[in-house]
Write a protein that binds this ligand. Structure first.
Ligand code: FMN
Length: 222
């Protein structure tokens, strides 16, 4: 009788072991019984490579290099010009220099002289110095950066000549300036008011700006 109980116990143990093995094999599927979790990241749901998007920007080209950017500047001593050239290089845009028909001499630029040309012009809100550079076509542009030095806390009056001369309808106009320390002041609002057309962004002072800061500002406004 004892032998019979032992044999029955052994058979029972054997059956339990076989049952356990059978259950494991149904779960395995080569994944060591890990639970399968649905991917939450949509991009993780497929290994298929997306076809090239023909409208996607060419990563080999600088941001906005479609020649829809124009960088206009006036610069008496070269500081604003250097910044304008960096913006044009980064955006792939065109450059246009506002040159005075009568170039500003050192004596003209002397702000210590109350009788100098610039002092007289800046004291006269209706002064409109003549532009000497050839006329500009704004056709095809979407964004116009407009650079200038701060004179007596404002834009040089020749900038007023420029913005009153052209129609900026449909264009984004972005003023930028350099100075000896003064801020943008009212210069950006003055330009927008005198232009009377265009979508004008706030002006930006770009004194001694680093490449990284210049590029992140450009990216933020266009
Ligand atoms: C007539 C004149 C007036 C100026 N007025 C100011 C001013 O009010 N505040 C200031 O910070 N810098 C003033 N500056 C300095 C210029 O804004 C600064 O040197 C600027 O970067 C020059 O730019 P540019 O080299 O492109 O002409 C003045 C310069 C000139 C010639």
């Amino acid at each position: 009788m004892k032998k019979i109980i032992t044999v029955i116990t052994l058979i029972a143990v054997l059956v339990m072991i076989l049952a356990a093995c059978g259950q494991q094999s149904t779960n395995t599927n080569g994944e060591n019984n890990k639970e399968t979790v649905a991917p939450t990241d949509a991009s993780a749901q497929t290994d298929e490579t997306e076809p090239d998007d023909p409208t996607a920007a060419d990563p080999t080209q600088p941001a906005g290099s479609e020649k829809d950017v124009l960088v206009v500047f006036f610069s008496a001593t070269g500081t604003t010009k250097a910044v304008a050239e960096r913006i044009a290089a980064y955006t792939g845009g065109d450059l246009y220099e506002i040159k005075a028909a009568r170039e500003y001499t050192d004596a003209d630029l002397n702000w210590h002289d109350s009788g100098s040309r610039t002092t007289i012009e800046q004291n006269d809100k209706s002064a409109r110095p003549e532009i000497g550079s050839e006329d500009l076509s704004l056709d095809g542009y979407k964004t116009v950066f407009i650079g200038y030095p701060i004179w007596w806390g404002e834009e040089p009056r020749i900038l007023d000549t420029f913005v009153e001369k052209y129609d900026f309808t449909g264009l984004t106009c972005i003023p930028f300036c350099t100075s000896g320390g003064s801020g943008v002041g009212r210069s950006d609002k003055n330009l927008a008011d005198h232009a009377g057309s265009g979508n004008w962004e706030s002006g930006k002072l770009l004194n001694r700006v680093s490449d990284a800061d210049l590029q992140s500002w450009v990216d933020s406004v266009r």
